[in-house]
Design a protein around this ligand. Structure first.
Ligand SMILES: *Cc1c(COP(=O)(O)O)cnc(C)c1O
Length: 381
């Protein structure tokens, strides 16, 4: 076996000889207590103190003016685009190297994704690539930004903080101002990740988080929409709760709203998890440092390190194999021998639903797709 040393290192790191998982939730705080409380009080559904508290706790942790719970991260992205007035046939610029939810949320709005390359240092959307694509393809008019080739409106840019590594988000803030585009951050993977001291998801018009079971902290399932503009936040709350006009007994609605509420039981789990986030992040950072050190001695494998000017949550650690063949070999050997690993996602533009979308050369995205493997990154007991 070619990668037996790496396999043994990971097993030793996790003190587990049988099966090291890629990631698993960790419960060490008030999770059971808060869940019991939901059951004892009968508040298990979409109303309850934990829903309000989770929103307040996330907004104070991230520095967002307003945080609104959502049923999951995918729907949080969909809501974010709706709140940015994305219309059918609009073009939305994002990265091809992401989890499917980013592209699907665009498709739910009947808009068209445009895939621009990722940055070599962050694995997230490259502002340089987006700027180049806009300069070649777009024109600025009094009423917004338009694709010169087909006349479509370009309404938003959606960078994703890949594996918790923040993109160079201040470049996007500038670029979106210049080109009159809404900035939506897919911060689904980046709770606990900061760019120049500020939490990811609070730079754009809207930020989206996920609390799925495989994320840094979990609600079982859940999401959050982050805002610096409190008015837009209130609009999000209204739209995600069936656009019901608050009243003690009347059922009146003033728009076509959605039922995207997070049940109190899920929020209870989230509150308990967030109380432990510093401990979880410190533990993940230690693991990352162990990998950094170990792979610094490898001739063949490169550890993908924290980009500069930021603090990563090290949600998933990534290594780069020299080429596709080595990537496949590494995946096979590790998964056959009790160490769960996986390749980075298939590029969106290679999937049947998105194969006709516009792209640039995607040089870095293709390089990462051929070489990246995620290695076990969960909490080490
Ligand atoms: C997890 C994730 C989401 C949202 O996921 P949900 O499972 O719907 O909560 C969105 N975008 C990215 C990049 C993700 O990793």
């Amino acid at each position: 076996m070619k990668y037996i040393e790496e396999i043994n290192f990971i097993k030793k790191l996790y003190r587990n000889d049988e099966h090291v998982m890629l990631h698993a939730p960790i419960f060490m705080g008030n999770e059971k207590k808060y869940l019991d409380d939901c059951i004892d009080t009968t508040f298990v559904s979409s109303v309850g103190q934990y829903v309000d508290r989770f929103e307040k706790d996330i907004s104070s942790y991230t520095g967002a003016t307003r945080a609104v719970v959502c049923v999951n991260g995918t729907m949080a992205l969909f809501m974010a685009l709706k709140l940015c007035e994305v219309k059918p046939d609009d073009e939305i610029i994002t990265q091809p190297l992401t989890f499917i939810a980013t592209a699907n949320a665009i498709a739910y709005c009947n808009a068209q994704p445009v895939f621009c390359d990722v940055d070599e240092e962050t694995m997230g959307l490259s502002s340089r690539a987006v700027r180049k694509w806009l300069e070649e393809n777009a024109e600025l008019r009094a009423d917004g930004c338009f694709d010169k080739k087909n006349g479509r409106r370009i309404s938003a840019v959606v960078p994703m903080h890949t594996f918790g590594n923040p993109v160079k988000i201040d470049d996007f803030v500038k670029l979106c101002e210049e080109w009159k585009l809404a900035l939506v951050e897919d911060a689904a993977e980046s709770i606990g990740s900061f760019y120049k001291g500020r939490h990811t998801g609070t730079f754009g018009k809207v930020g989206c988080m996920s609390f799925n079971g495989n994320k840094t902290i979990t609600c079982g399932g859940g999401g959050m929409v982050l805002f610096m503009d409190s008015e837009l936040g209130e609009k999000a709350k209204h739209l995600t709760t069936q656009a019901k006009i608050p009243h003690r007994w009347e059922f009146r609605h003033d728009a076509i709203g959605y039922n995207l509420r997070m049940p109190n039981v899920n929020a209870a789990l989230g509150c308990a998890q967030l109380e432990c986030i510093d401990k979880i992040l410190a533990n993940k950072r230690e693991t990352a440092m162990a990998y950094r050190e170990y792979f610094s001695n490898s001739k063949e494998i490169k550890y993908f390190d924290e980009p500069k000017d930021c603090k990563s949550n090290f949600w998933f650690n990534s290594i780069l194999l020299p080429n596709k063949k080595a990537q496949q070999e590494f995946l096979e050997e590790t998964n056959d021998n009790g160490v769960q690993t996986r390749p980075i996602w298939e590029l969106m533009n290679r999937l049947p639903m998105y194969k006709n979308c516009q792209c640039d050369d995607l040089k870095n995205a293709i390089m990462f797709a051929d070489r990246v493997v995620n290695i076990p990154s969960g909490y080490r007991k």
